[in-house]
Design a protein around this ligand. Structure first.
Ligand code: SF4
Ligand code: SF4
Length: 438
């Protein structure tokens, strides 16, 4: 599909990249069958091929309308279309640019801007979000159903030790292997047991998890809420916080500047990976190199961070043999909800399923497992009707075989499904942790 970039976008690196992506699309439409919004709404403009046409028009200078913006806003950014596309169209990257151009040309309503600003400034601040969540939980019984759904009760098992926060480097821990663990933004408040379980399972495998206190949100929320420069600032802050652990020989002075000198004194080997236990954040970490490729100060370090980014499953799965010896015997009937960010964003479909099977789980089949559950970051807040319908369909598929529980790999999906599920929904690492013998 040929595209003539509009004069004002010529020379713009993101627009030129978007033009190259559009050029790969042969408008075959294979992607439409994998698109949740196309399947729900049956409108070509709510499918990937139609959205690519809309973005092509935007990039060529066609007038942008509220209707264009609506069809782009309805996209879940699930990237199932990328997996389905035989031509290698990098739809996710194209959408980032298409949305930025659309937002610049079609001003959002006052209310729309306010909602996005509120989400950006509360969800990305762990302490503020934690305080608001505690207030929301106290008031929860009095809230109307739609608001109540957004204030989930804490359900996760939250142990006490070792934690990634306590002492930053778990004391008296003589692991030979060490990883950085992304602390994230909403997860520690919504479900602290996920981090605790991650640290315990890694410790059982002789791997120490380190969480520098100055690292935080990965930037994905801001990226998808019309604040790409805020997302880059969060990426740079994380790179600064992690770098002394990636390059300890070069980072001692940086660690001292961060007030981490005592912890860093113990560091002799660089970390082997940067772990995310929320697959949505993992996608963002893997993109740091691309996002900061034109930053003369951060480009090289961002590429290194991206190369080190791993989902927790990628570290645990190779150790399945050692892990199974440390679990109580027994089996369980579970259904696995594979987040889009894991299977389409990170391209590691089947890894968790294989690991759980090796650990003795009877994994029940889930029809249309490639389709989004409707969570999609803040999509469930911004598009509640579409999101709710996708959740109903996903839960019906997951619960068809009568599982004891549903396990997933992303806090957004866990919270979203957990509200309406008839069985418990948790992170798979929590399920593993609860079966450790020590
Ligand atoms: S499958 Fe790929 S090439 Fe075909 S219409 Fe969709 S994006 Fe374009
Ligand atoms: S990212 Fe998902 S919702 Fe958006 S066009 Fe692709 S398949 Fe459809």
């Amino acid at each position: 599909m040929h595209l003539n970039l509009s004069p004002e976008l010529q020379g713009n690196a993101a627009a030129e990249e978007a033009a190259r992506i559009v050029g790969k699309c042969v408008h075959c439409g294979f992607c439409n069958a994998s698109c949740p919004t196309y399947r729900l709404l049956g409108d070509e403009l709510d499918g990937p091929r139609g959205r690519i046409y809309l973005m092509k028009g935007l990039l060529e200078g066609a007038p942008a309308t509220a209707k264009t913006q609506l069809h782009l806003d309805r996209c879940l950014t699930c990237r199932a279309c990328e997996t389905a596309c035989p031509s290698g169209v990098d739809y996710g990257r194209l959408l980032d640019t298409g949305r930025a151009v659309s937002s610049a040309r079609v001003p959002r309503s006052w209310g729309g801007r306010l909602v996005r600003t509120l989400f950006r400034e509360t969800l990305t601040r762990p302490r503020l979000f934690g305080a608001l969540l505690r207030i929301g939980r106290a008031l929860r019984p009095a809230l109307p159903p739609r608001l109540r759904e957004k204030v989930p009760l804490g359900t996760a098992r939250s142990g006490s030790s070792p934690t990634p926060q306590a002492g930053r480097v778990a004391p008296a821990f003589s692991a030979q292997r060490r990883v950085l663990l992304l602390s994230g933004c909403v997860q520690p408040a919504l479900s602290p047991g996920i981090h605790h379980a991650t640290v315990r399972v890694l410790a059982a495998l002789g791997i120490q998890a380190v969480t520098p206190p100055s690292a935080g949100c990965c930037g994905a929320l801001r990226q998808h809420l019309d604040d790409p420069s805020g997302a880059l600032a969060e990426a740079r802050r994380n790179i600064d916080a992690w770098w002394p652990w990636i390059e300890p020989s070069a980072g001692g002075s940086a660690a001292k500047a961060n007030g981490e000198s005592s912890a860093m004194a113990a560091v002799v080997t660089p970390v082997e990976a940067i772990i995310s236990n929320a697959s949505g954040c993992g996608v963002q970490l893997r993109d740091y190199g691309h996002l900061l490729r034109q930053d003369p100060v951060y480009a090289a370090r961002a590429a290194r961070v991206a190369a080190l980014a791993r989902d927790i499953a990628q570290v645990v799965a190779p150790e399945a043999e050692a892990l199974v010896k440390q679990l109580r015997p027994g089996t369980a009937r579970l259904a696995f909800q594979s987040p889009c960010t894991l299977q389409h964003g990170q391209g590691i479909r089947g890894l968790v399923e294989g690991l759980l099977t090796r650990l003795g789980v009877e994994l029940l089949p889930c029809a249309d497992s490639h389709l989004c559950c409707g969570s999609a970051g803040t999509y469930s807040l911004l598009q509640p009707e579409l999101s709710g319908e996708l959740r109903s369909r996903k839960l019906a598929a997951l619960q068809r075989g009568g599982p004891e529980a549903i396990v997933s790999a992303n806090i957004g999906c866990i919270t979203h499904l957990g509200y309406a599920s008839a069985v418990p929904v948790q992170h798979w690492i929590e399920w593993v942790d609860a079966r450790l013998t020590s």
